[in-house]
Design a binder for this molecule. Structure first.
Ligand code: ARG
Length: 594
């Protein structure tokens, strides 16, 4: 099969088989194989914890009195294999499992010999025909992107990359807010500021939020302005050319600002905004009505979903369509026209109920069921300032994304210049700025992705840009350290490893080499787990552990000029290779030199 397997799956398989061979009734008794990774490799790399539970559930006439006896029986059923060095029954009945060093060496040897220096090659990439639609970023036209959109953008990009890494097809959708009643006032405001026929080139609105606020103030204060605004909405929805042209200018101007952010962050997303579904809404409502799902409620058309206090409003009492109408048309389109096998929506958690209702309504309509498609919402927590409140600027405004990116890069540039002045590091003067950009953006991304998406987080530049601890900066330094060892081997020792040559063989005798090899061989398992859970934080966790283990390896095992130089260099290269893949999935552009 082309399922990805790694060392964790190998060991789990061996113990699953041993468990069922020893106790064929285990599964009927509801006992599932339980093999976990240990925290401390002193007691082995893995532990099997089935004996205690099984002992309680086994029929008494089988004669197993203590969990230790059960454990011993399982151990007896482990066939001879080259993966496990030894097993021990410990304490009340735990089974400690020690990996064979020879196995790690052999697997690492195969991995580096395949030429890619990455222990993934033997597995190949899983290619699946399934399509995942990822709805992310999705800012609103004529408003700035804020930190919430930043989280959605960063998480969404990473979710797509994780899927694509293994050959899954994705459709990256930017569901921009480009439709709705607010456009009446925005059109009017734009006309008044830039004339009846504004051209995109002449309209200079860097501060979209300011523009939006200006329009809103006028709308609330000026009755005449309010009236024309309302007629604009009707005209726009009826397809009036003049209104459409101005609406288009507003979209283009905003798009230009969004694109700046996407290109700085290396994000790719295809715009398919709310307006795209406009002509699909009436048909959707008709269909839902014919199914008997739509109820008239105070003039509005609503869908009541069991378990929710407020309904979905698919048509307002004035006949207009809103957020709910669009999302019902969108989910129908994605499931039935695009034939998505999976849809992932990424927004802050406050929209959780909205999506639950949409998903439920789509199921009531028979558009999908749990076996035909998987529809999920990843709802992330709010970003808080260091005072624990919603992240705002000093003057109380929501923080503009671009300012936040600038600040991170500015601080990083400052500290890199400081370092260079002190004679540390190896970045040329001319590369400081671009390195600061990579690290600055990378640090923000890692800060965001390493957190469990559902929890709120406190935004702190100091924590984010710390060179120590679980930060993107630490990881980038750890990576650069490996790269620098590899570069020095060549420049100072004239050594470049050719792992593919027949003479080359990995030698791994030091315990830190063993630990690092083990960590690397987990990669395929990590991949399959993060792909099924769609969790960039799983990639971060793995990357951080790998960096820690790699750092103790290079600290305690001399590489340059040692007897084991070639083999150790190959280990450095393999590690940098895997770290590079992880950075890639997190969309962190990591510098080789810092
Ligand atoms: N534009 C929305 C906002 O800024 C997010 C849209 C999310 N996607 C969706 N299909 N509703 O909150």
């Amino acid at each position: 099969s082309n399922e990805i397997t790694g060392v964790i799956s190998e060991v789990r398989l061996i113990f699953r088989d041993a468990l069922y061979a020893a106790f064929p009734m285990a599964s009927a008794l509801g006992v599932k194989p339980a093999v976990t990774l240990t925290k401390d490799s002193k007691n082995g790399e893995f532990q099997c914890n089935n004996a205690m539970e099984l002992c309680k559930k086994l029929p008494k006439d089988l004669g197993f009195r203590a969990p230790r006896d059960v454990a011993t029986k399982i151990v007896e059923c482990v066939p001879k294999n080259d993966v496990i060095e030894k097993v021990e029954v410990a304490g009340p009945g735990f089974i400690n499992i020690f990996l064979s060093n020879a196995y790690i060496v052999k697997e690492m040897n195969n991995a580096v010999k395949s030429g890619s220096a990455k222990p993934t090659s033997k597995m190949g990439k899983v290619s699946k025909d399934s399509l995942t639609v990822v709805d992310f970023s999705s800012p609103n036209i004529a408003k700035d992107m804020h930190v919430g959109h930043l989280r959605s953008t960063i998480i969404g990009e990473s979710v797509c990359r994780i899927l694509e890494y293994q050959g899954h097809k994705t459709k990256r959708v930017n569901h921009v807010g480009d439709w709705g009643t607010q456009f009446g006032m925005l059109i009017q405001y734009l006309k008044e500021k830039f004339g009846e026929n504004p051209k995109m080139e002449d309209v200079d609105i860097q501060d979209l939020t300011g523009f939006y606020k200006g329009a809103k103030v006028k709308f609330d204060e000026d009755e005449d302005f309010k009236k024309v605004s309302q007629t604009n909405v009707v005209k726009l929805q009826a397809g009036d050319e003049g209104c459409k042209a101005i609406w288009q200018v507003l979209c283009d101007v905003s798009r230009k600002e969004f694109e700046k952010v996407y290109s700085r962050l290396g994000v790719t997303v295809e715009e398919c905004g709310e307006s795209f579904y406009n002509d699909k809404i009436p048909g959707t409502i008709e269909e839902l009505s014919a199914l008997g799902l739509v109820v008239q409620d105070g003039g509005a058309k609503c869908i009541f979903v069991p378990g929710f206090k407020i309904p979905l409003m698919v048509q307002k009492s004035d006949g207009g369509f809103g957020y709910d109408s669009t999302d019902m048309a969108a989910i129908s389109y994605r499931l039935r026209e695009l034939k998505a096998d999976r849809i992932v929506y990424i927004t802050d958690f406050t929209q959780g109920d909205h999506f639950s209702m949409c998903f439920r309504a789509a199921r009531m309509a028979g558009w999908y069921n749990p076996t035909s498609a998987d529809v999920v919402h990843i709802g992330f927590g709010v970003v808080q300032g260091e005072d624990g409140k919603r992240f705002k600027t000093r003057s109380g405004e929501t923080v503009r994304l671009v300012d936040l990116l600038d600040e991170s890069v500015r601080r990083m540039e400052e500290s890199l210049r400081e370092r260079t002045k002190e004679g540390k590091g190896s970045i040329a003067e001319g590369d400081i700025r671009s390195t600061a950009e990579k690290i600055g953006y990378g640090a923000i991304k890692y800060f965001d992705l390493s957190r469990n998406p559902t929890s709120n987080y406190i935004f702190s530049y100091d924590k984010m840009l710390d060179t120590k601890g679980n930060t993107g900066v630490y990881l980038m330094f750890a990576y650069a350290r490996l790269k620098s060892i590899i570069a020095k081997a060549e420049s100072q020792h004239g050594v470049k490893v050719d792992a593919t040559s027949p003479e080359f063989n990995m030698q791994m005798t030091h315990k830190n080499e063993h630990r690092l090899g083990f960590e690397l061989l987990k990669f395929p398992d990590v991949l399959s787990s993060v792909t099924s859970t769609l969790s960039p934080s799983g990639v971060c966790e793995y990357l951080y552990n790998l960096a820690l283990v790699a750092t103790s390896f290079v600290t305690e095992c001399k590489v340059l000029g040692s007897d084991e130089m070639e083999s150790r260099l190959a280990l450095c290269e393999a590690t940098a290779g895997v770290m590079g893949e992880c950075f890639g999935m997190l969309s962190i552009d990591v510098p080789d030199k810092i």
